[in-house]
Design a protein around this ligand. Structure first.
Ligand SMILES: Nc1ncnc2c1ncn2[C@@H]1O[C@H](COP(=O)(O)OP(=O)(O)O)[C@@H](O)[C@H]1O
Ligand SMILES: [Mg+2]
Length: 309
């Protein structure tokens, strides 16, 4: 069964903004399948190709080679567009009062009358914009614009939500409410595909994530899987002298130190031998920044998904 979004060996080349550099390969034999009902995080550093992939799926431009499907139809199918909510990375909105604008986008997607009015008000409320609903968005901050952008993406109750960097301008409070919105949408059976170059509150709700770098898929899996490092563990112990473990720090009678996976067993035995007690052993979690650093410095043969259909 095809995914809700499916990229099949998609490449996209642009003419470089710097003429001397010729062509830029923004996506390179990129394949990915997003399943029905999941919140999917599309992660990668700036310039990795995330927006390019999204614009191809939305049919704003054509792939240089390869093809793909969205909700069962080829990329660019006009009727499918109405079943998709889209938030662009750089929200560009007409200068109108916020709620009126949201109604306008609903109307563009074929909604009418009182159901449109009701739904527009609902999403404005859900995004905390009620007190600004009558203000012209011209005066809005980036964070507020992003919330209006999310409201317009949600107004037609889309089956699939595609959000390009939806949280880049949001404050922590807004992030929490967006997270709740996403979880509610998933509960209602929607599929959500969101891109990000950061790891925020919202990306943490993703069921699966893909990491893209230089136009290639370099990681795919659960978020904790990707951030867990198999090489190191953090050990928290009680009742041992801190100087018995290199690099250990102690506070409140607890001693905390890191060990390589291969040295874990002997470290635990050493704690017991010293008459101490193990409080916890946890794999060290990398930050997303560290993961990006790792994938951007790894050589390109690391790419996965190559040649799959
Ligand atoms: N219209 C364009 N013309 C030329 N190069 C582009 C264009 N759009 C994007 N690029 C280049 O393609 C690469 C991928 O960009 P993009 O898809 O925007 O990445 P991301 O969204 O992950 O930051 C970058 O090197 C970017 O400079
Ligand atoms: Mg982008």
């Amino acid at each position: 069964m095809p995914g809700v979004i499916e990229f099949v060996n998609v490449s996209k080349e642009y003419k470089s903004w710097f003429p001397s550099r010729g062509m830029v390969r923004a996506l390179d034999d990129f394949s990915l399948q997003v399943e029905d009902g999941e919140i999917f995080g599309f992660l990668g550093p700036n310039g990795a190709g995330k927006s390019t992939a999204i614009h191809l799926a939305m049919g704003f431009m054509r792939a240089t080679s390869g093809h793909g499907f969205m909700l069962g139809k080829g990329f660019g199918d006009a009727a499918t567009r109405r079943r998709v909510g889209f938030l662009a990375e750089n929200v560009a909105l007409y200068h109108r009062p916020a709620e009126q604008l949201v109604r306008f986008y609903g109307a563009l997607n074929g909604m009418r009358g009182s159901s449109l009015a009701r739904r527009a008000h609902e999403v404005v409320e859900a995004l905390g914009l009620v007190s600004d609903a009558r203000r012209n968005v011209r005066q809005f901050s980036r964070g507020m614009l992003q919330r209006v952008g999310l409201a317009q993406a949600l107004v037609n109750d889309p089956q699939l939500l595609i959000l390009d960097e939806p949280t880049s301008a949001l404050d922590p409070v807004a992030r929490v409410s967006v997270r709740e919105l996403l979880l509610e949408s998933r509960k209602a059976g929607k599929t959500i595909f969101l891109s990000s170059h950061m790891l925020s509150e919202v990306e943490l709700v993703c069921d699966r994530v893909a990491v893209v770098n230089r136009g290639r898929l370099v990681r795919l899996g659960g978020i904790s899987e990707l951030l867990e490092s198999r090489q190191e563990s953090e050990i928290l112990a009680r009742g041992v002298p801190p100087n018995s473990f290199p690099g250990a720090i102690s506070s409140d009678g607890l001693v905390r130190f890191l060990v390589e996976a291969t040295a874990q067993r002997s470290a635990l035995q050493r704690v017991w031998a010293l008459g101490g007690e193990i409080v916890s052993v946890n794999p060290v979690r990398r930050s997303l920044e560290e993961l990006f650093l790792e994938v951007t410095t790894a050589n390109s043969s690391d790419a996965i998904g190559k040649g799959t259909t």
